[in-house]
Write a protein that binds this ligand. Structure first.
Ligand code: SAH
Length: 383
């Protein structure tokens, strides 16, 4: 097994269980092979074990702190990690009304490089984020099969295509979330097909929608829209640049509320749409994609967030509510709030934060890895 030696002055965060070893923190270079590495300090004392990745700036992602377990990293070791993640979901998320959830959230579950989402109870989506976790795909598949998952789909990192690695489904997959149903397209959808991390925020939107005219901007498959209808909205508009997403939003609202006639989807660029939109919306949701994919794009992303929020703040009805989000890991809570502050100044409106918003508990934030706290939002009351 390869050893990765941490420079003595850089050891502390890893002793304190931080997961990411950047190339600048190590003595020498990481070998070309992808696999499990033993992470040691300069005196050779073991700090932990991680997945090495010579192609990434993060040369090692630590998944195990302290000495090696007696039986090594065998199937039982990985299985117990996944089962521990399942216990959290069973305690906090899954019930008779919700059968779709994130079973494993990479660093958030002390399992870097691997995401597992569950749809409709028995379908699992394995998303391998690094080559090391792809290497052991068969192991993850065997564990999930043992756990009772009958249909398993896999995609690697940013690859466009994935494939069914067991039990190709005969019907469309339907996710149940807080009693509402959603078609999920694992093959062509974004990420793993559905944004599970917004479940609790959608429930908040439902509770605020009665008698309201609602705009769901960046609506994707219409999650927030269906909840707004469920909450008694008088009218709901979904706007997304993708025509396919709009079709899916229509189908999802139809699936739950076949008699509701006041939902409409518009395929448009929200940057333009928000500038021109009607000024009688009572409730606006802004949930754009991550504008900042890396540190270098933070400034440009901040301008993007400011622009859409400024447009929405200018147009929203007095006494209206704006639920605004950023899922960019590189834009932290403080910066996001500063962006909203700047947009509020320019809009000349009185804006109050009535609730901070964040990701669902099946996307837990590992206390030793605060980078995992990626979804931030503010519910604003605008006069
Ligand atoms: N709110 C959604 C998730 C949004 S994902 C949910 O709860 O499921 C971001 C969406 O923004 C994607 O569907 C993408 O197609 C859309 N998008 C990206 N750029 C856009 C733009 N400029 N205008 C409108 N939609 C855009």
């Amino acid at each position: 097994m390869q050893q990765i030696k941490i420079k003595q002055e850089r050891v502390k965060p890893f002793v304190q269980r931080h997961a990411w070893v950047f190339s600048g923190a190590i003595v020498g270079e990481v070998s070309k092979s992808v696999g499990i590495a033993e992470v040691v300090d300069e005196a050779g004392a073991v700090i932990g074990y991680g997945f090495s990745d010579p192609t990434s700036q993060i040369v090692c992602r630590i998944f195990h702190s302290g000495p090696k377990p007696e039986s090594g990293f065998d199937l039982g070791y990985w299985k117990s990690k996944i089962l521990a993640a399942k216990v959290l979901r069973e305690k906090l998320v899954v019930d008779s009304e919700t059968d779709s959830y994130r079973l494993l959230h990479a660093e958030g579950d002390f399992f870097p490089g691997l995401i597992i989402d569950v749809y409709g109870g028995n379908t699992a989506f394995i998303h391998t984020l690094i080559d090391a976790t792809k290497q052991w795909l068969k192991t993850w598949q065997d564990i999930l099969t043992e756990m009772g998952f009958t249909q398993i789909y896999h995609r690697h990192s940013h690859d466009k295509d994935g494939k069914w690695i067991s039990g190709q489904p005969e019907k469309e997959i339907i996710a149940k979330e807080n009693g509402l149903l959603f078609f999920v397209d694992l093959e062509k959808g974004q990420k793993t097909g559905f944004f599970i991390d917004q479940r609790d925020n959608r429930e908040i939107i439902k509770s605020l929608s009665k008698g309201k005219k609602v705009l769901n901007a960046f609506s994707y498959t219409g999650g927030f829209s269906a909840y707004a209808v469920a909450g008694g909205a008088t009218e709901v508009l979904s706007v997304d640049i993708s025509k396919d997403a709009c079709l899916m939003a229509d189908r999802n609202v139809q699936l739950n509320f076949p008699k509701y006639k006041k939902h409409k989807s518009i395929a448009a660029d929200c940057f333009d749409y928000l500038k021109e939109m009607d000024s009688d919306f009572d409730l606006v949701i802004l949930d754009p994609p991550a504008f900042a994919k890396n540190k270098a794009s933070v400034d440009k992303a901040a301008r993007g967030y400011k622009e859409i929020n400024l447009s929405a703040l200018r147009k929203i009805k007095s006494g209206g509510l704006l639920a605004t989000f950023s899922c960019s890991q590189h834009i932290d809570k403080d910066l996001f709030q500063k962006i909203i502050f700047a947009a509020s100044v320019d809009a000349g409106r009185s804006v109050r934060i009535v609730k901070p918003l964040s990701q669902t508990p099946d996307h837990p934030v590992n206390i030793f890895h605060p980078e995992g706290d990626y979804l931030k939002g503010l519910l604003l009351y605008v006069e």
